[in-house]
Design a protein around this ligand. Structure first.
Ligand code: PEP
Ligand code: MG
Length: 878
């Protein structure tokens, strides 16, 4: 039996989305529910996948199934493709399983030709309409199917408008358009060396194939990568009878949302254009009108639309994003899908739907994409400024962006990849600009509405976007933006406020994000449900306070190295490293102790009542010393200049130490606990500073932290035992001299494969484990965490040798196996052992799922990821 590749609309339903794609399944479901939709059929995603696996060749039987589907459609509609009396016109539209707005291709008005155009004009009683459809068809078909450069058509259209002295396409007459069709045909034929196809049946097959191919176009790849959509899903193709929004003043086309996708408010939201076709709205070619105005222009269709919106939202129990067309006053729905929304809107909609009794808290939590919450954690413009905006556009995607003006997506991509802050300014963005949008701070367009590509894409990514800013002139070639008298050149600073639509011609100061009541409420549901604790990585009082404000339940990693790098501490560090005797070394260390204590007091005050895990010094000693070449030159210079003997001696000793400590592979050298093994004064001093700070905060505040001391980079229990002894002795002495004591836990990081493999032995001397998955990834995969992204890793990701960046999302198969094994082994010999993770993965939603499954007790991540981790931890148990 052959595979079934084609389904009539009436055979589909929402459940068939994997096979029919989002659009196909959505339209079929609407038909099932009695919503007016145009008739048609869907070619399945499987047909596309099978075509891809055959390197572009259609599977046997696909063509005949499409012919059969067409035949059935012709019978149902009483029309025939290419017929000169009752011609059928169809749209051929892509429809992926996971929506990828605008990334793939669509062809409208297929079936129009020299043979059919007159019949269409006659039937519509509107010649201009028929020729408008024809010229649109040639343009779309030429671009999408034949790969003809869009400019060829656009230039011809612009030239015609100039010749006729009109501004808008709608001002062109039927005769003008007829002439334009001739020009377009000529141009197309020229481009194809005389091979322009005019047979609608052949065009249909080629159009279906072009939509398959559009799954593989570069912008679709970029979009899938950015949104983590697998590349092997393929797209369905929907062939549907055309309904016309460009049939005159009682026809229209539009897009609507059942709630406001920017704020989540339950209010009318959408745009429409009279006498226009679908692409005109989304592509931002004409600036559309607000949906509210439709009540006056097309009252009946408007009321039907409002009813349908309600019906579809309650059917899907979620906010819907719908496309519609009104033909001669009659409403047709072309698509419905769960609407993409900002994080703020996602929270509000979730909260409202729970309040309205439509969904449960668990369902609400599952609908929120934790990574999307980043948007709310976005910066805003500091209100304390006196700048006047130079322009205003639509507030298309919230958040503020500051950066240097850039007018080309390639330039943005290149500079953004280098870490430079750029704002992409375009007349309108097209899906081809996606690579530039991804790395920009924000996007500004002169044209297009809230549903234009720029807006949709930016919202999904949580990038600030101001769209359709009026009165701005963009000259992409000259790389300038002119607003009245103000001219912004490439490289000038610019600020956008995607929440208000304002544009400023300077770099304004931004303030940190705010967390509103919806966020707090939904987070509280997450907290009720999650099992994993969520702590933060913070190593100063400000970050600690921020982490606590964002809901961190403690500090899971306080890195102490920055406390040694301060200008006031480096001389003492040099003294310590170059000391000849233990006494000299102790004297140097003693100078650092009060400074360390001071740092800790700040952090502990901010975190009182909660656990704080302080990790002892980790980086290699050479990082505290000058560079070998520089120090050699310095000594040479001093020698040449006959410098003071004492000073020279000091610098020579430093040089000798630099030489002694020089390592080819410092990351695998004298760092972590290995430092303490060589210089026990360091852990001793750190333990004393910690305990003094703990007791001082207790005295001052009446409350202190639950202190955990963590030893890094251990691979044998002996290292931990040695450190325990040093640290415990210092602790006991400090308690004794203070006459008070508190509970102290001493544990270790598991960040080397050997440590994971002998975790049972290490656990015998540890109160806790914290997985340092950054180093564990580095050492398990043998990939340098500092160089990886500059080198082959990027290529590995592109060619799918690796699915995800293992430094961002944990390699579950490899590193994950070590983690799971170590948890099991550790708990076997020490059932009291508490286990967490403090590598970057602690804030990554996918990794959090894994850590939850593996039975960890908590994750620790950077303060701004704490809310995301709280969500992800809740989703992991639902
Ligand atoms: C780790 O290695 O995962 C870790 C948290 O330590 P650091 O990043 O400081 O090496
Ligand atoms: Mg580490």
């Amino acid at each position: 039996m052959t595979d079934r590749y084609v389904y009539d609309l009436s055979e589909g339903s929402a459940e068939m989305k994997p096979l029919l794609g989002g659009k196909g399944a959505g339209v079929a479901e609407m038909k099932r529910l009695g919503v007016p939709v145009p008739d048609g059929f869907t070619v399945t995603t499987e047909a596309c996948v099978d075509t891809m696996t055959r390197k572009g060749e259609w599977p046997e039987d696909l063509e005949s199934q499409v012919w059969d589907g067409l035949k059935r459609l012709e019978e149902r509609t009483g029309r025939v493709l290419g017929d000169d009396k009752k011609p059928l016109l169809v749209s051929v539209r892509s429809g992926a399983v996971i929506s990828m707005p605008g990334m793939m291709d669509t062809i409208l008005n297929l079936g129009i030709s020299d043979d059919t155009v007159e019949a269409i004009a006659k039937e519509a009683g509107n010649e201009r309409f028929a020729w408008d459809c024809y010229r649109r068809f040639i343009q779309m078909y030429g671009e999408v199917v034949e790969g003809i450069d869009a400019h060829i058509y656009e230039d011809a259209l612009t030239a015609l408008k100039e010749k006729k002295g009109v501004e808008s396409d709608t001002d062109l007459s039927a005769d003008d358009l007829k002439g334009l069709v001739d020009t377009f045909k000529k141009l197309s034929n020229e481009q194809l060396g005389g091979n322009w196809t005019t047979d609608p049946r052949e065009q249909l097959m080629r159009a279906v194939d072009a939509v398959f191919r559009s799954w593989l176009n570069p912008r679709a790849f970029v979009y899938r990568k950015a949104n983590k959509i697998p590349d092997d899903l393929g797209t369905a193709v929907n062939v549907m009878q055309m309904v016309f929004g460009n049939r005159g003043d009682t026809s229209a086309t539009g897009v609507c949302f059942t709630r406001n996708p920017a704020t989540g408010e339950k209010e009318l939201y959408g745009e429409f254009l009279v006498n226009a076709q679908g692409e005109d709205v989304v592509a931002g070619i004409r600036t559309p009108r607000s949906l509210a105005e439709m009540e006056e222009v097309l009252p009946e269709a408007y009321h039907d639309l409002i009813d349908t919106m309600k019906k579809m939202e309650s059917h899907y129990r979620d906010m819907q994003d719908m496309e519609f067309t009104v033909e001669n006053g009659k409403l047709y729905l072309l698509q419905t899908r769960n609407g993409k929304r900002t994080a703020a809107a996602a929270l509000k909609v979730a909260r409202d739907l729970v309040d309205e009794g439509v969904i449960t808290k668990e369902e609400a939590l599952m609908r929120i994409e934790p990574a999307q919450l980043d948007q709310l954690l976005h910066e805003a413009i500091d209100p304390d400024h006196s700048e006047q905006p130079v322009a205003e556009g639509l507030p298309a995607s919230p958040g503020a962006a500051v950066g240097e003006a850039v007018f080309d997506a390639d330039v943005a991509a290149e500079r953004g990849a280098k870490g430079e802050k750029v704002v992409l300014i375009r007349f309108e963005t097209t899906p081809d600009d996606i690579h530039g949008v991804i790395v920009s701070q924000g996007v500004l367009t002169a044209h297009g509405g809230m549903t234009s590509h720029a807006a949709v894409v930016a919202r999904g990514m949580g990038k600030p976007c101001v769209a359709g800013a009026r009165g701005i002139k963009i000259d992409a070639k000259a790389a300038t933006l002119t607003i009245g008298d103000t001219v912004i050149h490439e490289g000038d600073m610019i600020t956008l406020d995607g929440s208000t639509g304002e544009v400023f011609a300077s770099g304004l100061k931004l303030i940190p994000p705010q967390i509103n009541a919806d966020f707090q409420e939904v987070l509280s549901w997450a907290d009720e449900i999650r099992r994993l604790g969520v702590e933060a990585n913070a190593d100063n009082a400000t970050d600690a306070a921020k982490a606590r404000e964002l809901g961190a339940e403690g500090i899971g990693l306080c890195r102490t190295e920055h406390m040694f790098f301060g200008a006031d501490r480096l001389p003492a560090m040099h003294e310590m490293i170059t000391a000849d005797t233990p006494e000299e070394r102790q004297a140097a260390v003693d100078k650092i102790l009060p400074m360390q204590q001071d740092d800790f007091e700040g952090i502990f005050t901010a975190m009182k009542g909660l656990p704080v895990t302080v990790r002892l010094l980790d980086p290699p000693l050479h990082e505290f010393l000058p560079n070998l070449v520089e120090q050699s030159l310095k000594v040479q210079k001093m020698e040449n200049q006959g410098a003071d003997a004492g000073e020279l001696d000091k610098e020579r000793r430093l040089l000798a130490q630099v030489k002694k400590l020089h390592e080819q592979n410092p990351m695998l050298g004298t760092r972590g606990c290995r430092l303490g093994m060589l210089y026990p004064e360091i852990p001793d001093m750190q333990a004393r500073a910690i305990i003094r700070a703990v007791l001082s905060v207790l005295k001052k505040e009446g409350e202190t932290v639950q202190i955990h001391i963590m030893i890094p980079l251990v691979f044998t229990p002996i290292e931990l035992e040695t450190h325990r002894r040093i640290v415990q002795q210092a602790i006991d002495e400090e308690f004794e001299s203070a006459g008070t004591k508190v509970d102290v836990k001493i544990g270790t990081m598991i960040e080397l494969p050997r440590a994971a493999l002998v975790a049972d032995k290490i656990a015998e001397v540890a109160d806790f484990f914290s997985f340092g998955t950054n180093d564990l990834t580095q050492t398990t995969l043998g990939i340098s965490r500092d160089d990886a992204e500059n080198g082959f890793l990027t290529e590995y990701l592109r060619t799918k040798v690796l699915k995800d960046n293992p430094f961002a999302s944990i390699d579950q198969e490899g590193v994950g196996q070590l983690v799971a094994g170590a948890v099991e082994k550790g708990r076997k010999t020490n059932p009291e052992l508490s286990v967490g993770v403090c590598g970057e993965h602690g804030g990554d939603p996918d990794s959090i799922h894994f850590f939850n499954k593996t039975g960890l007790d908590y994750v620790s991540c950077s303060p701004f990821r704490v809310p995301i981790a709280r969500f992800a931890a809740a989703q992991a148990v639902i």
